[in-house]
Design a protein around this ligand. Sequence first.
Ligand SMILES: [Zn+2]
Length: 174
Amino acid sequence: MTGKGHRLTGVGAGFFAAAFVHVLGFSYSAEAIAALAAAFSTTLPDLIEIPIYKRGARTRTLIPHRTITHWPPLWFGIMYGAYYYLEPYYACALIGMSVGALAHILADAPNPLGIPWVLPHKRIAIFGGLWRSGENEKMMVTVFTLFGVGSWLYAHQNTVAGQYLTHLWVWLWT
Ligand SMILES: [Zn+2]
């Protein structure tokens, strides 16, 4: 997926992160922190590879592309550690960040290059790659957004805000 595509999946990742920390029992302000952290972290796995530029063009990265930073167990581990060992607001920031990073990895996964599902240095492509970077981006962004908003509404179905927004959602789409 391109950088623009990754940034657009931030909307879905933000809603999903809010839904997730709500289910974990955090407050509304913590949800907002998680949502913001997720929304701005969907480019993180590429960013922390530390790209090296030569005459304005990205030539290589300090950390090999799509290895440890694109390794799902790393982000699940950060989430787990944050949930059990950190104060609520720090925990929500890190959980949101991990959700954003995982959304990035998921969006990269259909490429022929693949992502390291099991071992951090061994990339695996699904069926040899479903489509190339930049293809089907609108479809993927739409799926991420609908899934994120849908999970937020589902997680909040017993709250006034959730019921109100679900009615609005149903009214808009039927
Ligand atoms: Zn990437």
